[in-house]
Ligand binder design. Structure first.
Ligand SMILES: [Cu+2]
Length: 423
């Protein structure tokens, strides 16, 4: 019995400073949904049924957590890119400007665009090369939560930050089907991603060098398309191979250690403790649009209540499902409604705890919380604090254990007794 007490108190004493804390968010005062969601992109031109936007990509540095700044490929200077909001049926025009030394495109994930606007390099369009622009035009459909992302060198470019949300709202004047079922006033967009920061840095450097070399060779008329793996189609590739060209995959392999192994996990480009929070009041519903723009699977779990899954890949569900954990695989979007029916401060986190870490250390990653803004003052002060009596208890217990027949390491760690499997 005493042992259990000691372990519990001891763990609290040594890890207390590392446990996730959300109380400070309350003390900072209520925040609104806007500060927890990506910034919305203002159209450069807008008339009835028509919206025109400007997106550019540039190489920028972004702090994802205090003390960790990474190189990113960012739409309009931020990761994620700004949120695009349109109405169903709008004619949408997006001018895309490439300010980097790399090739890119934009793919409109989940939207039914004309195929030439789908953003797949060498399939539907030529890549948008350095300093070039491309204009995407499409009609906004279907309704719901979608995303946009680069489709060139996707393993690097998406991980480096080229993603954002695009939300198709009902036609002007029409009621939102989710709003009708679960009236809400505030909504949030949470875009999840995972990043191997070493892979991103090294690969960006290699790619920028290769593009510099390519430009130099082109300028001097010495460019060979084989060197850069550029072929018109598979027949063209085969013809080159008959003349002796060896594609990279036939002469070397990238080992699993060279493939991305994410060490940072973000919501809207930030890891805990900088992750955005969800704010709610008792009796209120909030809508949360969950988007996975990364390559990891997230198993998102909410404490304290169950939420409703109301849309899948943008489509409203005929029968919403009540649950407390939702799977968010790469490329997926889910909309959920959280009812404000149990005041408090509740964790909302990835139940695969590897993704609740920064560089492998807990707490971090996609840890965040659902915070009731209207908690009474008395409850705001109820955060348990470590006090001297608890520390004294832990020390006293440690002395007792030193004299017991249990093994004790010099650094104070208790070794559990060996338990035979035969028992
Ligand atoms: Cu790109």
């Amino acid at each position: 019995m005493h042992r259990r007490n000691f372990l519990a108190t001891g763990a609290a004493a040594s890890l207390g400073g590392l446990l996730p804390r959300f109380m400070a968010d309350l003390q900072d005062g209520p925040a609104n949904a806007a500060s927890s969601s990506p910034e919305r992109l203002k159209p450069v031109h807008e008339t009835d049924g028509f919206k025109e936007f400007h997106l550019y990509v540039d190489l920028v540095q972004q702090e994802i957590v205090p003390g960790v700044t990474i190189h990113t490929l960012a739409f309009n200077g931020t990761v994620p890119g700004p949120e695009i909001r349109v109405n169903y049926g709008d004619r949408v025009r997006v001018h895309f400007e490439n300010r980097t030394g790399l090739n890119h495109t934009i793919h409109w994930h989940g939207l039914h665009v004309p195929w030439r606007m789908d953003g797949v390099p060498y399939v539907t369009q030529l890549p948008v090369m350095p300093d070039q622009t491309f204009t995407y035009e499409f009609e906004a459909k279907p309704y719901g939560t979608h995303m946009y992302h680069c489709h060139w060198g996707t393993m690097l470019h998406m991980q480096a930050g080229m993603y954002g949300s695009i939300i198709v709202e009902p036609r002007e004047g029409e009621t939102d089907p989710i709003q009708e079922q679960f009236p809400y006033e505030r909504e949030y967009t949470f875009i999840y991603s995972s990043h191997d920061t070493n892979f991103v840095r090294e690969e960006l450097n290699i790619m920028l060098e290769r593009m510099k070399e390519r430009r130099y060779l082109m300028k001097n008329g010495r460019f060979t398309r084989e060197r850069f793996g550029l072929f018109a189609d598979v027949d063209d590739l085969r013809a080159s191979m008959e003349e002796g060209y060896l594609p990279p995959y036939s002469i070397r392999r990238r080992t699993s250690a060279e493939l991305p192994d994410p060490n940072f996990f973000t919501i809207n480009g930030k890891s805990y403790p900088d992750t955005p929070r969800l704010f709610i009041k008792e009796g209120e519903n909030i809508r949360v649009r969950l988007i996975n723009a990364g390559a990891s699977i997230h198993s998102l779990h909410l404490h304290g209540t169950d939420f409703w899954e109301v849309a899948n890949d943008g489509y409203p569900l005929a029968s919403p499902l009540r649950m407390n954990t939702i799977m968010l695989p790469p490329g997926k979007t889910h909309d959920i409604i959280i009812p404000g029916d149990n005041p408090g401060i509740w964790s909302f986190h990835d139940h695969d705890t590897r993704r609740a870490t920064n560089n492998g250390l807990y707490p971090g990653g996609t840890l965040t919380a659902l915070i009731y803004e209207d908690l009474p003052d008395s409850e705001r002060l109820a955060m348990p604090a470590m006090d001297h009596s608890m520390m004294d208890h832990a020390n006293m217990q440690m002395d007792m254990d030193m004299n017991s027949d249990m093994n004790m390491d010099m650094d104070g760690l208790t070794k559990l007794p060996f338990i035979s499997l035969d028992q």
